[in-house]
Design a protein around this ligand. Structure first.
Ligand code: HAM
Length: 418
């Protein structure tokens, strides 16, 4: 039997209902904050991600699904959506009508990571990206928006981790200082960090190896190196979050795994998911639109990991498919013929119906209706058809009323829909 590819998964109907609820809540919530949907494709030129995420990141170095296209160009299944949304913003000149664009997108991403609980090779994100707004209030509003979204889903126990990564100028000063400090302790670092030290020293800060963590404890903090403008930006983000009563913790080690960030970086974390604690991550990326040959426009955004969010929601309430409003316990060819017509018309009218076409006893049919959680059952056999009247049973009250066949669709519709 052919099985799933490792690291990929099926979302089965019971769980899919939770995904739908999350998507609907996100769409409504983001809509109220002024966002519009954009749907970029999952396949892009490899160069888009190399340039934006950065050649020396784990994602680009080892996690992308890249293959040759028919013209010999390299194509990549997107490992994230930000680069694609930026490409679309530039390619379709969305900035020409209004540089301020608030866009969201929901869909699958692909990263060839080592699969484990909460980490998949195809996973889903809800992304929100804002272009054309440099104000720190926008950063704070996005963080407020995402925490409010989690609140709507009754998710508690989340922590906002906040840091500032500065701008290219102040970060260069910090990097030099960090590299100098870590170089003097290189013997204590893991092999990966020794390599990172040269190419991307900030990544040493979020290494999980205990020896590296111990070294990093004493490392200088980026926040102490921010230039005047970056420090002022960060101070406003912080005071705006306090104004909105959003608790947060400054996290000096939060550097994010993508190179495009400037200034604000944040993650929403939980203790409920084991090692994969980040449910959402994002930040400002003021240089990316220009880096991808667009007009210099500031930008800020985040992505929520849906797979992890679904786990949090399911830990709080059991998932399940929606029960039928009405189950037809029809017995025999003549009854099936009528019930098929009634159920089709009632479904059209907004009643969720289910019909059993198998040769079964009334007792077995009622057991199935019960198992499905049907609210009402119509019992129809030869006898009922001969009497021109079927029975409508309320499964909760057990009350049973006769319904004339001629007016069945109207009567049932009125009783169930209203
Ligand atoms: P990211 O931190 O790489 O950021 O991913 C965001 C979220 O996606 C993570 O916090 C996590 O919940 C989820 N996620 C990432 N990788 C996996 C995986 N292998 N399996 C399951 N869930 C995963 C970005 O992707 C940025 N593009 C976010 C952003 C948008 N920054 C600005 N705008």
């Amino acid at each position: 039997m052919i099985q799933l590819v490792r690291g990929f998964k099926d979302i089965l109907p019971e769980e899919a209902s939770v995904w739908q609820e999350i998507e609907t809540t996100a769409r409504n919530h983001f809509h109220d904050f002024g966002f519009n949907e954009i749907r970029p494709p999952v396949l892009e030129e490899a160069a888009l991600f190399k340039r934006s995420i950065g050649e020396l990141t784990d994602i680009v170095e080892k996690e992308m699904y890249t293959f040759a296209g028919s013209k010999g160009n390299l194509l990549t299944l997107r490992p994230e959506a930000t680069a694609s949304v930026v490409r679309a913003y530039i390619q379709h000149r969305l900035y020409a009508a209004d540089p301020v664009q608030k866009l969201y997108t929901i869909g699958p991403m692909f990263r060839k990571e080592r699969p484990q609980k909460g980490r998949y090779r195809q996973f889903y994100q809800i992304n929100a990206e804002v272009f054309g707004i440099a104000s720190p209030y926008m950063d704070a509003q996005l963080i407020y928006m995402v925490t409010g979204f989690f609140r709507k889903l009754d998710i508690t126990g989340l922590r906002v981790h906040l840091n500032s990564l500065g701008c290219p100028e102040c970060r260069a000063r910090y990097k030099a200082e960090l590299t100098a400090m870590l170089s003097s302790r290189v013997d204590n670092l893991c092999a990966d960090c020794v390599r990172r030290l040269d190419k991307n020293p900030l990544r040493v800060l979020d290494c999980k190896v205990p020896a590296c963590r111990a070294e990093v404890e004493q490392a200088p903090s980026m926040i102490d190196y921010l230039c005047g403008d970056c420090a002022a930006h960060f101070a406003t983000v912080r005071s705006a979050l306090s104004d909105m009563d959003v608790p947060y913790a400054i996290d000096h080690r939060l550097v994010r795994g993508l190179d495009y960030y400037t200034r604000t970086a944040f993650e929403i974390q939980t203790d409920e998911l084991g090692a994969q604690s980040a449910v959402a991550g994002g930040g400002r990326y003021d240089g990316l639109v220009a880096l991808l040959d667009g007009p210099p426009q500031p930008a800020v955004g985040f992505a929520i990991g849906m797979d992890r969010l679904v786990e949090l929601v399911m830990a709080r309430k059991p998932a399940g498919v929606v029960a039928p409003d009405l189950f037809f316990a029809a017995m025999g060819e003549a009854a099936w013929r009528k019930a098929f017509e009634w159920s089709s018309r009632l479904s059209d009218a907004g009643v969720r119906t289910e019909i059993d076409f198998s040769e079964r006893s009334l007792k077995a049919l009622m057991r199935r209706a019960d198992r499905l959680g049907a609210k009402y059952v119509i019992i129809a056999g030869d006898q009922e058809l001969a009497n021109n009247s079927v029975n409508l049973r309320d499964m909760k009250t057990k009350e049973q009323i006769p319904v004339p066949i001629d007016s069945l669709v109207e009567t049932v519709k009125q009783r169930i829909v209203n």
